[in-house]
Design a protein around this ligand. Structure first.
Ligand code: NOJ
Length: 574
């Protein structure tokens, strides 16, 4: 126990003896994020309080009791700031406001206070790489080559001798297809955009941009938020030499040759900014920085924490949950990487988010979706990690992709149709109950159609079923909070003499261990475990939780049977 906690306890005891309630608030845990369960809310699709078909902040507030009951520590809310909504909020025109379709600042304050009352922290999405083209900074910047904000974005002349608007400075491509350069007549120059042309990239080599953004960070910290999820953080810098990228094999969904991103992605300068940003967030203890970090390998992921743990606390580990293949060797390797190759930092595992098809669509086999969803939940919530749950993952929501190009809302789904159907499928309304619009909205037409499985896959029916996926998530989250091995234990993979099953231990320094075993196949499997090599005395396992019915209360470690895709959690005992 830390000195401050001892002091608090002592004061509390004295006051209690005197019959008084302690006036001091409990000391905040600045490292709360280390084992946190963070829940991603896509506000357009979570709860629609005003009935216009689009979710809003009040809709989140209305469902906070559900989130508390689920046991989440924090919610990351994707952008709710004023925005033309070309990229559904990731094109921000005012970093300090609330888009009227999501509510007002008073609604935000109410949400923040109500969440705090329930012990839930708020994490904002921070889009540093680019703004909307309607942001006053860009409106000014594009107006001439000499205005005060002329250098706030990435401007360049076209190729010498070329004819505008078709002679961009080089062959760089936007992540969303086509040239990453857009011509601006008023300047007779091109601006760079890593995403849509309505999302011009800010120039992070200009200190005024940096300072303006750091003030935005302070603004939201003062409002009481506990952290930020940094959008597109590896895209913040572009090489100043403007060299052409080389082409790779194959074509993208937009009909162009695939291209490398050596000069626009993950440049070393990013780390310098992250260190400065971390100093800013350190001004308020307990503020966490989460990164959107799609990286090629664990070595690059390790760098995101900073050499002196002075960059991000939680860069997303997309290596594990987005591997898209149920392979024991694959998952064991990735889990061990996270354990041994990120310098003892905490991995943030992610299986689903608003940019990728839902996990069950990627890992399901068409027959065992319920079992596989429980296996994924076990993989997410039982290692030593911080865990990200995407809204609806806990009830088994699946993608409902657009059926035709006319239906598509996400612009990349229209420009890339049919190869790229866009991200609407994973952004459909939260399925609260079996009523109209799954209880998401009373409007005639929600902004995206509800997935057809809402009559059975919904919060209300799963809450009533003790064996539902939702209740399995709740039990796992609770275990993380109450079981000492899950709270504090080391993570150790163990050999179980069966390559179809992944087993690991969570072991505390007192020698106590909990075993987690998962069958990755559609057939029953048996494992044999000898834990003496791990210095653990124990031949049996006492059931704590199983993903399947009728698991026996006690099992022999030399003969532990698992049904198809079954997950088992048990305490190792003599
Ligand atoms: C990543 C976000 O998650 C995605 O939704 C968005 O389109 C791009 N960054 C651009 O901001």
């Amino acid at each position: 126990m830390r000195a401050i906690q001892r002091l608090f306890l002592w004061v509390s005891v004295c006051l209690a003896v005197l019959g008084l309630k302690p006036a001091l608030a409990a000391p905040a845990d600045d490292n709360w994020w280390r084992s946190a369960v963070i829940y991603e809310v896509y506000p357009r699709s979570f709860g629609d309080a005003n009935g216009d078909g689009i979710g809003d902040l009040n809709g989140i507030t209305e469902h906070l009791d559900y989130l508390k009951d689920l046991g989440v520590d924090a919610i990351w809310i994707t952008p709710f700031y004023p925005s033309p909504q070309v990229d559904f909020g990731y094109d921000i025109s005012d970093y300090r406001g609330i888009d009227p379709q999501f509510g007002t600042m008073a609604d935000f304050d109410r949400l923040e206070a109500a969440a705090k009352e329930r012990g839930i922290r708020i994490i904002c999405d921070l889009v540093l790489n680019h703004s909307s083209d309607k942001h006053p900074w860009f409106v000014e910047s594009r107006s001439s080559r000499t205005n005060p904000k002329a250098d706030w974005y990435i401007w360049h002349d076209g190729k010498p001798g070329g004819t505008p608007p078709n002679s961009p400075p080089n062959n760089w491509q936007s992540i969303f297809g086509h040239s990453a350069w857009q011509y601006e007549k008023a300047r007779d120059q091109y601006y760079y955009h890593a995403f849509y042309k309505e999302q011009p990239d800010l120039n992070w080599r200009d200190d005024r941009v940096k300072n303006a953004m750091f003030d935005v960070v302070r603004f939201w910290m003062n409002k009481g938020v506990s952290g930020f999820r940094l959008d597109a953080i590896t895209s913040m810098f572009e090489d100043v030499a403007l060299k052409d990228e080389s082409y790779l094999a194959g074509m993208n969904a937009y009909g162009e040759r695939n291209i490398a991103r050596l000069y626009t992605d993950n440049l070393p300068e990013v780390h310098n900014i992250l260190r400065q940003l971390r100093k800013v967030t350190n001004e308020k203890a307990g503020t966490v920085l989460i990164g959107e970090t799609y990286l090629p390998n664990v070595g690059e992921l390790a760098k995101m924490y900073g050499r002196n743990r002075d960059e991000l606390q939680l860069p997303m580990d997309t290596q594990l949950g987005l591997s898209n293949k149920l392979s024991v060797a694959g998952f064991r390797g990735k889990l061990q990487d996270a354990e041994t190759k990120i310098n003892g930092n905490v991995p943030l595992f992610v299986f689903s988010n608003h940019d990728n098809p839902r996990s069950i669509n990627r890992y399901g086999d068409g027959k065992h979706e319920g079992e596989i969803a429980r296996l994924l939940a076990t993989l997410l919530l039982t290692p030593r990690d911080a865990a990200l749950i995407y809204y609806g993952e806990e009830i088994g929501m699946t993608n409902r992709d657009p059926k035709s190009k006319d239906e598509v809302k996400d612009p990349i789904g229209r420009s890339g149709w049919p190869k790229e159907k866009g991200r609407d499928g994973e952004r459909t309304p939260m399925q609260w109950n079996g009523d109209t619009n799954a209880g998401f909205s009373v409007s005639k037409q929600p902004w995206l159609p509800v997935a057809p499985n809402y009559r059975t896959v919904n919060v209300s029916s799963e809450s009533r079923d003790p064996n539902s996926l939702l209740n399995y998530y709740k039990k796992l989250i609770r275990l993380r909070k109450v079981n000492q091995q899950f709270k504090k234990g080391d993570f150790i993979t163990v050999d179980n003499s069966n390559e179809q099953v992944l087993s690991y231990l969570r072991k505390t320094s007192d020698g106590k261990a909990v075993l987690v075993s998962m069958n990755f196949t559609a057939s029953p499997q048996t494992v044999k475990l000898d834990l003496t090599t791990e210095g653990i005395k124990g031949e049996h396992s006492k059931l704590i939780l199983a993903s399947y019915p009728n698991a026996s209360g006690s099992a022999e470690l030399k003969d532990l049977a698992l049904p198809p895709y079954g997950s088992y959690v048990g305490e190792v005992v003599p």
